[in-house]
Design a protein around this ligand. Structure first.
Ligand SMILES: [Zn+2]
Ligand SMILES: [Zn+2]
Length: 291
């Protein structure tokens, strides 16, 4: 895995740091090559392919909630050799036009920490770049997805946490736990840290999603990211979702992160070719590359 200093040296005005590939079961299935060609056309010079890393076998043993959320979360473990083979082939093929960083978006799931630590050890030397994200939260019945559908969100995570504010608290506490997790070869960038707001527009406009406690936790999270010289995914996918219409983290917190010197890495989080540069104009206009 590239070191923090080497990553910091990448020009953030032309880096797409969060994208998916044809290996994503909830993506469009379009050829990864087409994503890359689109990225070249859009003017990107560095392009991270951060496919969802496979989940451990035990994740599938007692599935609860949306089956779609479980079975399309990530590619299966036995597909990894093919993934590396194809991504490395494309990296080489396009090396004169764009710098491709091959990597993963890993999930942070507390009960699987040891398994993930083992995966980091196993794969760090084959990875250029990686993101650590939270898509699942533990409930009394098992892991439930945050981002699969509003129905699944309401019956799982929301039901467990009691309210949108409760979800915010649980999600941010989990981000904070991920930061406190000491393990070797942990990813340096934190993915869409406000994903829990994905469905916010489907709730009453006066529904509270933050209070003093969540603001304090956010400040603690950002301070830790800054102190550990880590990076933040400036994830623009939500800007175009009718249910969300904001980046993750949102403007207020991107500005706060920038103020304390956290490098914000543009992430289109593209799951289809036409989304390769979504929100990149907003990233550039707001000068989020500066910090
Ligand atoms: Zn995805
Ligand atoms: Zn993600």
């Amino acid at each position: 895995m590239w070191g923090k200093n080497k990553l910091r040296y990448i020009d953030r005005k032309s880096w797409n740091g969060h994208t998916h590939s044809e290996f994503c079961p909830h993506g469009s299935g379009e050829k990864t090559e087409l994503f890359i060609e689109r990225a070249i056309q859009c003017g990107f010079r560095t392009y991270s392919i951060t496919e969802h890393f496979p989940l451990p076998d035990v994740f599938y043993s007692h599935p609860v909630g949306s089956r779609h959320a479980i079975y399309t979360a990530a590619m299966f473990y036995d597909e990894l050799p093919k993934y590396f083979e194809m991504m490395n082939y494309l990296k080489e093929k396009y090396k004169d036009q764009i710098q491709i960083l091959v990597g993963f978006e890993f999930d942070y799931i507390e009960k699987y920490r040891d398994w993930y630590a083992e995966q980091f050890r196993k794969f760090h030397s084959q990875i250029d770049d990686a993101i650590l994200s939270i898509h699942f939260l533990p409930t009394q019945n098992g892991l439930r997805a945050v981002d699969d559908s509003i129905i699944d969100f309401k019956s799982g995570v929301l039901e467990h946490c009691g309210s949108p504010l409760g979800v915010a608290k649980t999600y941010l506490k989990t981000v904070n736990d991920a930061l406190d997790w000491r393990t070797r070869y942990k990813p340096f960038r934190y993915g869409h840290i406000m994903l829990y707001r994905k469905w916010r527009n489907l709730f009453p406009n006066n529904e509270p999603w933050e209070d003093n406690q969540t603001r304090n936790t956010m400040n603690r999270i950002l301070t830790k990211i800054a102190n550990q010289n880590l990076f933040l995914d400036c994830n623009m996918a939500g800007l175009y979702r009718k249910t969300e219409t904001e980046s993750s983290p949102n403007e207020k917190w991107l500005t706060a992160a920038q103020k304390i010197g956290i490098p914000l890495v543009y992430g289109s989080d593209a799951h289809k070719v036409r989304d390769v540069s979504q929100g990149f104009n907003t990233y550039l206009e707001n000068r989020y590359y500066k910090s």
